[in-house]
Design a protein around this ligand. Structure first.
Ligand code: ATP
Length: 353
């Protein structure tokens, strides 16, 4: 899976930019603030979700522009695009081959995984970001995961509203909502478990040097089957109403990660070791997606090269090359990407690709 064209119009600081990648590695280099991460963010918005910064749509439109923006890309003969119109800045539009589509439809065409400096504390900070990361890994394998996640989240919000309604909760209405939650929730749990199981097998064969191999466990309270979930939520209505929200379910799951070699918990590892664990995980996941879907996800690696010594950097490029993935990377100097050789398409930002 690879973009053969990316066009940005009035997206952040890019008034109009077209890139036509000519090699598997797209190395975006330029000064701080040039707009390199903005390009990765644009690609990340081509998959379901809020993109790598989770920013508001209105923030993304070029500040001195019309108030709208568009991102369009071509991959394997398909044209996909997203953006907002100035007249309706709160409504994200999606088009696939000129037809209107939904954000969740995008998952059938494209998958992307990213690593950004904001994820340096992924293992240390709250579970929400880890869950979103987990779901991106699942989505890259199973496009249907986006639809199940949206349905589940909407149903949980509805249940929370009913439980906290000043008129009192209607039990029949709750039965119906909990049945919806149970169906999509069980599908989410199963998809996560499938992905982690396959990833563990992939990691069994991963080289342990120079990036340590992670062991990953999904931590979750409560039952896992649809019937048991439904029965469980019926018993927790009073407690959840008191808390003002649904306290158990797949929306509360967490990822627990260790270094396989020494059992060290990821949140106790140094920042560099945590990043190395993440790289190892992403490499194994790309190989897994490639084996199961026939093509690896697009990888967006923001400021990764600069934080590695030259040997590790060269090892990373070699391992990334083996995955066959299209890799978008950023750095302040073109020299950071020297070890990639002819597989790199160097792009000066701002400048001409
Ligand atoms: N909506 C917007 N309109 C215009 N410019 C914007 C908008 N949003 C962000 N910018 C500008 O984009 C620039 C930041 O871009 P980006 O984060 O992509 O930089 P970068 O090249 O990755 O920098 P660094 O190397 O420091 O990470 C800033 O100059 C910021 O002012």
């Amino acid at each position: 899976m690879a973009l053969s064209r990316l066009t940005l119009t009035e997206f952040r600081n890019h008034v109009h930019l077209t890139l036509t990648p000519q090699a598997p590695f797209i190395a975006l280099y330029g000064a701080n603030g040039a707009g390199k991460t903005n390009i990765l963010e644009a690609v990340s918005l081509l998959v379901p979700g809020r993109g790598l910064r989770r920013a508001a749509l209105s923030e993304m439109a070029y500040s001195a522009g019309s108030g709208g923006f568009s991102i369009s890309a071509e991959l394997d003969g398909t044209v996909i695009g997203t953006g907002i119109d100035a007249a309706q800045p709160e409504r994200r539009k999606v088009r696939i081959n000129s037809a209107n589509a939904t954000i969740n439809n995008l998952a059938e065409w494209i998958s992307a995984i990213w690593l950004t400096p904001a994820m340096d504390r992924l293992f240390v900070d709250g579970a929400g970001a880890r869950r979103r990361f987990l779901d991106r890994l699942v989505l890259a394998l199973e496009p249907n995961h986006a639809r199940n996640s949206s349905r589940y989240e909407k149903a949980v919000q509805q249940r929370n509203r009913i439980l906290t309604s000043p008129d009192g909760a209607d039990p029949l209405w709750l039965d119906a909502i909990e049945a919806q939650m149970a169906e999509s929730g069980a599908a989410i749990i199963e998809a996560r478990a499938r992905m982690l199981q396959s990833l563990a097998v992939q990691l069994d064969h991963a080289p342990t040097d120079p990036f340590p191999v992670p062991a990953i466990i999904l931590a979750m309270d409560g039952p896992v089957s649809a019937d048991d979930l439904k029965a469980h939520w019926r018993t927790t209505r009073r407690k959840d109403a008191g808390a003002g929200r649904t306290l158990t379910g797949p929306h509360r799951a967490d990822l627990v990660v260790h270094n396989r070699a020494n059992g060290q918990a990821a949140d106790r590892c140094s920042t560099g070791e945590q990043k190395a664990l993440m790289l190892s995980l992403i490499l194994a996941h790309a190989a897994l997606v490639s084996a199961q879907r026939g093509a690896p996800p697009i990888l967006l690696l923001d400021e990764v090269a600069a934080h590695l010594d030259p040997d590790r950097r060269a090892a990373l490029f070699a391992r990334l090359g083996e995955t066959g993935a299209q890799v978008w990377m950023t750095g302040t100097e073109a020299a950071l990407f020297d070890a990639i050789g002819p597989a790199a398409h160097l792009v000066a930002v701002p400048g001409v690709g």
